[in-house]
Design a protein around this ligand. Structure first.
Ligand code: ATP
Ligand code: MG
Length: 670
């Protein structure tokens, strides 16, 4: 506690009512949460299992868990929940799925599944999937605002909204028929459940006696309602946030929730923190100057005594190639010159598409890196295949999964057969899986095909039994052999190397599943739960981190960097149309982009470098770029502009460094 300043201590000690800590970046909000969890357990007699802390991303949850973990002894933390909103929702659904009308082993549809299903529905209902992304966005925002399909239809005004509402109805119905939930349902369904069932609500309120929420400014309506429902009356909670870091309006986040809190909880106590412990004075000055261009509901003073620090560098590069090259070489040089680990460096960007070239350059110069987000592990073919098998095992109603695996590997079951099966199943209100061994099928299909379908079903039935037995992992390994999956991958890969890589992914997934099962302390996790968890990526990301504890430059989007900090930060593509993003310029929502830039800048502890390109290739065309307006908004006296001219010298230096690194690597290999 003595490590905290008086305001922070006050925030930690205040437990007699609802508390909001409203403060700028790096002022120790997250630190207050982690300390407070320890305080509640060690000083106030709370049991860990009565405490729930929620945060925004898996990465943030993981970090928080680690920080709390180091403050507590083993037994003290037993049963403590530190998770994302989605994981909390999943936990509630797992225990109450019956009341919600879901069977155990429900599936969770990820973004790709969701889009596929919507496309399918639109093709069926509207003979085309035009504007599917927009419709998906609309449905998502309805769900985040707790608007149910029928309501959506009632209040739909434009033709687009009407279409979306009709699709929403079909979509929700189909999900239910598949015994599946999408990501938004993970919050929406628990909220509905708690609203409709007072006794269940009571139970959860008893279980959760103290709640803490980090990054509160980014909660959307349904997340806020979930918190409100769970804490009501007793109102034992602490939320921390910063309105200047609200960057998820596009996903329904409501920074107004900060003000709403005061209305909903009149006894709310507000603590403001003003000292920043993260960044140099100069970095902080830049951040403050930039964000002063936005209107403010709350005035915040933020200062730091970390020394004024180096100038902020702005690198002007010839084109995007030179930009990525420059960053890679600089980091390499710095790493060698200062002996700083690579993990001290972060490269942040507005969109994942910017990462590709950057990755390439880092690879060329043999700079190790770690990429968060981006092409997700779960969008890879082989991972989707195996996941579909897993989903079908735990949820035989998952028609999507059925269709995905039925011909992986080839079982000579053609589309006509599947269509007939589908018609038959629909008529009898059966899942494809159930229908596939029905005797009645033989009226529609020749015995050759009914046998193939039945064989597959019998195989899966047997496999299911084994999976629910003592050793699900062994059963899955056997399954891979049974279906000769390695061979299938080989046939469908461009090279042996690609095939090996893909097989490693499959094993990685099984390994992840195994770890989830083993890590479960209470022994109450079933294989269904383990799979559901996997889909939430939480554990896989953790896996990745653990698997390569190796040093690496951290690459991620600005959005994903929220809450994190790094000694040296590069923000690339600081240009009009990138940051601020083109769509925000068009929609006149540049303020949110400014907050995003603010988030990026305030990640840096000591060094900050902003880069932009003069020219950039876009859709095969070379376009001229304009430096971002945000650069003009920064204090001139604190910036150093490095133009195109300096580049060659730097590049030469860095080339030398690159060669040196090669030699070192060779030497270390022996
Ligand atoms: P963000 O808004 O970016 O999420 P935050 O307000 O959550 O930031 P923290 O991440 O909790 O800030 O803290 C920023 C840094 O300051 C961390 O490295 C933390 O360890 C350190 N810190 C927090 N409080 C103190 C303190 N009282 N004394 C010294 N260091 C502190
Ligand atoms: Mg934080």
């Amino acid at each position: 506690m003595s490590q905290l300043n008086p305001r922070q201590q006050e925030a930690v000690r205040y437990i007699s009512g609802p508390l909001l800590v409203l403060a700028g970046a790096g002022s120790g909000k997250t630190s207050v949460i982690t300390r407070k969890i320890a305080y509640l357990i060690q000083q106030c007699g709370f049991q860990a299992r009565h405490i729930v802390a929620v945060t925004f991303t898996n990465k943030a949850a993981r970090e928080m868990k680690e920080r709390v973990g180091s403050l507590l002894r083993g037994a003290e933390k037993h049963g403590l929940t530190v998770s994302t909103f989605h994981n909390l929702g999943l936990n509630i659904i797992r225990r109450e799925h019956k009341l919600l009308g879901y069977k155990a082993g429900f599936s969770i549809f990820d973004d790709v599944d969701t889009k596929n299903l919507l496309t399918e529905i639109m093709q069926k209902e509207y003979a085309g999937d035009d504007g599917v992304d927009e419709i998906r966005q609309l449905i998502g925002s309805w769900k985040n605002d707790l608007i149910m399909p029928e309501q959506a239809l009632e209040q739909a005004r434009t033709p687009k909204e009407q279409t979306a509402a009709v699709v929403y109805i079909h979509y929700q119905r189909t999900l239910k028929a598949y015994n599946a939930l999408d990501f938004d349902d993970l919050i929406l369904q628990p909220v509905k459940l708690l609203q409709d069932n007072p006794d269940v609500l009571e139970k959860w309120r008893n279980r959760i006696r103290y709640m803490l929420v980090d990054e509160y400014q980014d909660t959307n309506a349904s997340q806020y309602l979930l918190v409100k429902l769970l804490v009501k009356e007793r109102a034992q909670f602490t939320v921390v946030g910063d309105d200047d870091q609200s960057i998820y309006a596009w996903r329904g986040a409501r920074p107004e929730n900060l003000e709403l809190l005061k209305t909903d909880f009149p006894s709310l106590k507000v603590v403001m923190l003003e000292q920043n412990y993260r960044s140099t004075g100069r970095i902080l000055k830049c951040a403050n100057t930039l964000i002063a261009n936005n209107p403010h509901a709350f005035t915040k003073q933020l200062w730091s005594d970390m020394g004024f620090g180096d100038e902020i560098r702005v690198l002007r590069c010839r084109n995007e190639d030179a930009e990525a090259e420059r960053i890679a070489l600089e980091i390499l040089t710095e790493h060698i010159r200062t002996d700083r680990p690579y993990s001290d460096f972060a490269i942040l960007y507005r969109g994942n598409y910017q990462a590709k070239l950057m990755e390439l350059k880092l690879q060329v110069h043999k700079v190790p890196y770690r990429l968060s987000g981006g092409t997700s592990f779960f969008s890879r073919q082989e991972v989707k295949d195996l996941m579909a098998y897993l989903r079908l095992l735990v949820n035989p109603d998952d028609d999507n999964a059925y269709l995905r695996v039925i011909n992986v590997p080839r079982r000579e079951i053609g589309s006509t057969t599947l269509e007939k099966l589908s018609v038959y199943a629909t008529q009898r209100e059966l899942s494809l899986y159930e229908a596939s061994a029905e005797l009645g099928l033989s009226e529609h299909l020749s015995s050759r095909f009914t046998e193939r379908l039945a064989r597959f079903k019998h195989y899966m039935d047997k496999l299911r039994q084994r999976c629910f037995g003592d050793d699900p992992i062994a059963a899955l390994q056997e399954m891979l052999l049974d279906i000769d999956y390695n061979n299938w991958i080989r046939q469908n890969s461009s090279s042996e190397k690609a095939a090996e890589y893909r097989m490693a992914n499959v094993q990685f997934l099984i390994e992840a599943l195994k770890n989830t099962l083993e890590r479960d302390e209470d022994g109450e996790l079933t294989i269904e739960d383990a799979i559901a968890k996997l889909v939430l990526r939480d554990m896989l990301e953790r896996q990745e981190e653990e698997a390569d504890g190796a040093d690496g430059v951290q690459m991620m989007t600005l959005h994903a960097s929220k809450g994190l900090e790094f000694p040296s930060v590069y923000i690339m593509g600081v240009e009009e149309e990138i940051l601020p993003h083109r769509s925000s310029i068009e929609a006149d929502t540049v303020e949110e982009e400014r907050r995003l830039a603010y988030v990026g800048i305030t990640r840096a502890r000591e060094k900050l470098t902003l880069t932009y390109a003069n020219k950039r290739k876009q859709y095969g065309e070379v376009i001229d770029c304009t430096p971002s307006r945000f650069l003009d908004e920064l204090p001139k006296e604190d910036l150093i502009w490095e133009g195109l001219d300096e580049a060659p010298k730097e590049v030469k230096q860095a080339r030398a460094a690159s060669a040196l690194a090669d030699i070192r690597a060779m030497l270390s290999k022996g």
